[in-house]
Design a protein around this ligand. Sequence first.
Ligand SMILES: NC(=O)c1ccc[n+]([C@@H]2O[C@H](COP(=O)([O-])OP(=O)(O)OC[C@H]3O[C@@H](n4cnc5c(N)ncnc54)[C@H](OP(=O)(O)O)[C@@H]3O)[C@@H](O)[C@H]2O)c1
Length: 338
Amino acid sequence: MTKKTMLAATLTHYRQNDLKLTQTSIPTIGQHDVLVKVRAASINPIDAKTMAGKMRFILSYKLPLIMGSDFAGEIVAVGSRVNKFKVGDAVYGRPRKSRIGTFADYFAINADEIALKPKNLSYTEAAAIPLVGLTSYQVLHDVMAIQPGQKVLIQAGAGGIGTFAIQLAKQLGAFVTTTTSAAHQQLVRDLGADQVIDYHQINFADVLNHYDAVFDTLGGQNLVQAFDIIKPGGHVVSISGMPTAKFAKMAGLPYWKQLVLSLASRQLMRRARQTKSHYEFLLMKPSGVELAKLTEMIEQKRLQPIIDRVFPFEAISEALAYSQQGHATGKIIVQMPI
Ligand SMILES: NC(=O)c1ccc[n+]([C@@H]2O[C@H](COP(=O)([O-])OP(=O)(O)OC[C@H]3O[C@@H](n4cnc5c(N)ncnc54)[C@H](OP(=O)(O)O)[C@@H]3O)[C@@H](O)[C@H]2O)c1
């Protein structure tokens, strides 16, 4: 490869509401890495949260930072110890938190964090999957261990997570209830939701009870109320609410942060004890192995990406602003120049 520099979308300071498009060096790869020509990347709410400095308590970054947490693209170089992938492979993935940076022409990633792109998806479609797909898989399969016939509430069914989680929960055999506004009711039903609650009209806690699991994507009062509908032994898992001391310990945060989160999550832990249920905060982890399972299910047409809008890379600020409105229907994608 003769090119030495690439275009990247960079955060230069926190509370910056825009990313700067800059020319920067193409990353070098380690022995276990691959270098990918990024073809498409997805916008995730964590982008705006990171830019606003809201993730700093649990994720600290050195700035300037190339943003972007998942991608689909083509391998252009492989490290000397990589044997599962080769130059020319079409792949997708979600990097570990310390090595984000997919909003760029090229991206270096550990080969354990990628999988072959589903053959029946374009790069643009495939970029919609890694972050929301792995999060949904880890919540519904790894933590909740959803069994056929169990009742699960998935909050915000029309969002990036919701549109994927509904499909996956159905694949696991669950009875799926979801919340959305009236405009998205048909979409979530088409994805497999058995029961749909218009959250503008009805409070889910007034009409649901005895649920095996609640997948909380909203946090706040919605998370507190999840314990009103959970049955003994059930799982409330949040990806948006208050992290717990257990999470802080597993994430290797210092003792004082474990203490802070222990205090901050005590209302939720108390509700879990009172209802004899389990509460966990989950921060998804990259996994090429789990992503390969999703590839298989997508190729079998058991799962599909739902895409709201596609923006060219130069319009990434517009894509971020659109995401921040909080009403995306499925995923928002940025396409890189070829
Ligand atoms: N911990 C982790 O590892 C992890 C991983 C991924 C995501 N997350 C977090 O999970 C959250 C959801 O992510 P996402 O990608 O799904 O976000 P998103 O795509 O931006 O979600 C937008 C959707 O939320 C719906 N919504 C907004 N308020 C709602 C409410 N009160 N009740 C029901 N639906 C509501 C909107 O539907 P309407 O237009 O119908 O209002 C819209 O479809 C974010 O906070 C994100 O940071 C965490």
